[in-house]
Design a binder for this molecule. Sequence first.
Ligand code: FES
Length: 79
Amino acid sequence: MKNANDNFMEGVNSDQRHDIICTCSGTTTSQIKKQIDKGIQDLDGISRATGACSGCGACDYEVLAFMAEYISTFSSDSA
Ligand code: FES
């Protein structure tokens, strides 16, 4: 029996699947990078902009860790 996530994933290609950080919303790391690059650097803002962390919450830590790493590595504010 398929669940909602299985149905969602059928429309996603393998490159996108690898990039998905939040399976509830299908949010990818690329989408989060774009929002950070636009200046959103807090979890609530990322959640509102992408839908990440707005379902079960299982990805919260992973999204935060990804954001911290990306911001510390690539953000112009970190210099
Ligand atoms: S996996 Fe992100 S909210 Fe469920």
